[in-house]
Design a protein around this ligand. Structure first.
Ligand code: 1GP
Length: 249
């Protein structure tokens, strides 16, 4: 039997109401329990929409403990943003079932998914089919390096739009445009606009979003969900500030 698409349904309902969403990205390697509690408290207060958990390169292997700890302190949906097939846990609410459509690395287009699919099914975890696009961001991020793939050049708006359109035609549920964690340059607004003009499915944008102004700009360009990771690691009060900024749109 197919797994219910509860989390995606909620995401899409907000998209249909043109309500912009904030996803907080937590890297389990960098999150002490104290930090997690702090993030959850701020997220609850700000009514953040989603919590993503995962990392391109994880050393500690404690994704499950991290999710369980988050679950003790919030009811905000927890979605795994997996860096590898090892990052699957039945305690999350959903998982971004990613295909790296900006690259030409067969393993990350379909290979890893073949390994992960039975594990996700057994865990009764909701998969959200996501076309994942890495975009050139000024520096080589961990995701760029580990994927062994070329990101989309930041001025090639037509390539980005065509890639996203192909993903929609293939039946993917959303697009994730990522400059990579700690990116020097966030995704250009023009590129988000070009992608938005071609597709109807939700657009997630992340990488290098460090201020409420940038988050607002990315939403105005067409992002439905902005993902903020690194900046919140150093300042949890940004959760409330970014959420108010995108709510004002
Ligand atoms: C990375 O999009 C996420 O995959 C978030 O990036 O850590 O730069 O916010 P930051």
């Amino acid at each position: 039997m197919a797994i219910a698409q509860k989390v995606f349904f909620e995401i899409n309902a907000k998209v249909l109401q043109s309500k912009k969403q904030l996803a907080i990205l937590i890297d389990p390697d960098k999150a002490s329990n104290e930090h997690l509690i702090n993030v959850c408290n701020n997220a609850n207060q700000a009514q953040a929409d989603l919590i993503f958990v995962g990392g391109s390169y994880m050393n500690s292997g404690n994704i499950e403990n991290c999710i369980l700890e988050i679950k003790k302190h919030t009811t905000i949906p927890v979605i795994i943003f997996p860096g590898s097939v090892m990052q699957i846990s039945k305690y999350a609410d959903a998982i971004l079932f990613l295909s790296l459509i900006s690259g030409r690395n067969a393993d990350l287009l379909i290979g890893t998914q073949v390994l992960a699919a039975p594990i996700i099914k057994q865990a009764e975890l909701e998969p959200i089919a996501t076309g994942y696009m890495l975009v050139e961001s000024g520096n080589i991020t961990t995701a760029h390096y580990l994927s062994g793939s070329m990101p989309i050049p930041r001025k090639k708006n037509d390539l980005a739009a065509g890639t996203a359109l192909a993903a929609q035609m293939l039946g993917m549920q959303c697009i994730y445009m990522d400059a990579g964690s700690g990116a020097q340059q966030f995704i250009p607004s023009e590129m988000i606009k070009a992608v938005r003009s071609q597709i109807d499915i939700p657009i997630i944008v992340g990488g290098g979003i460090t201020t409420p102004e940038i988050a607002k700009q990315q939403c105005t360009a067409g992002a439905d969900i902005v993902v903020v990771g690194s900046a919140i690691e150093s300042d949890v009060t940004l959760i409330g500030k970014i959420k108010s900024a995108i709510d004002s749109l």
